[in-house]
Design a protein around this ligand. Sequence first.
Ligand code: AMP
Length: 395
Amino acid sequence: MSARNILVINCGSSSIKFALVNEAQATFPLQGLAERVGTPEAVLHWQLGDTKQSLNIPGADHRAALERLLPVAQEAAGGKLDGIGHRVVHGGEHFTGSTLIDEAVLKAIRDSAQLAPLHNPANLVGIDAAMALFPGLPQVSVFDTAFHQTMPEHAFRYAVPEFLYKEHSVRRYGFHGTSHNFVSKRAAEMTELPVDDSCWLTAHLGNGCSTCAIVNGESRDTSMGLTPLEGLVMGTRSGDVDPNLHSYLNRTLGWSLEQIDRMLNHDSGLKGLSGLSNDLRTLQEARVAGHAGATLAFEVFCYRLAKSLASMACALPKLDGLIFTGGIGENSMAVRTRTLEHLKLFNFKLDEEANARCTRGVGGEIQAAGSPRVLVVPTNEERQIALDTLALLDA
Ligand code: AMP
């Protein structure tokens, strides 16, 4: 059997990210992005091998954009596409793993939409369009939440009245599961430890950030909760705040729930603390130049991350390594250094040269002698989605 090709689709409200994954190739034959979908400025960018191209697709909706990218994907796959893997943000309690899409699955994704009102409807638009365009192809949904369905109840329940969980699904779900899963498996490979007998702390640090405790290949706790707002400081998201902040701001400033949601999701985090940017690269430069807001944002980010990792350690019987991933985790030597300075009780020590070497896609172990393992592992959510899709095709 020749190496199979999976088209991976990640449909947002106004964008579609896509990649063609060939099971025998380390790099993607094709990857790209449709932006500003549904507007007069809609545009499709893709990279086929080393060649980058763009095409204006004014007014194209998700389906029209997918129609345009189909021939490009078919050509890149040599006319042989074997399946499509869709990223879906929220699977609620319905899904403990990836699944082949049928009517029942579509209904369950729709039923979970209330839990992710910005994401699931956009994911569904992509699935509907792809199913209409490729009716004969197996399609698989891969959920950000599914990997965390192995959390024990004492980790996933909030201390609120039971009927809110039983009747209204109020519990912790966790996100970034595809990434935490991928990097922990990859770390086991890199260290030659068996997946089913290894324990990891993972820190996925991108625009969204979360930590996870992984025991023998299963998530036991994670920092995000009912929604992707809980936990760490992120690019524009606050992470944890006192739950009474809502009523306080309502009482004192007269803010509505929508205003408070917007502030916590879009105007907080690194952006809110620094007053400058949500982009860590900008903040690192400003910090070196002495910008007080950038310095504070960096310090709060690292301290809160360390605190979260220390609390995640409660879920582990032993620690085989701490893994950094995501745009910040893979690239920021300064964040890795500062975070571990707050975790002295764990005896973490970094090898400065190894830490400096790990950037721009270079991974590896970065601890000094005598320290527990610390690894930088570039994440690859597209590859994990393709691997899940292939596993379901084999089944
Ligand atoms: P992601 O969402 O995984 O693409 O990560 C985005 C975040 O990674 C942004 O905050 C970027 O500033 C950060 N990032 C990307 N490259 C670097 C770098 N070379 N150094 C520091 N931060 C980086």
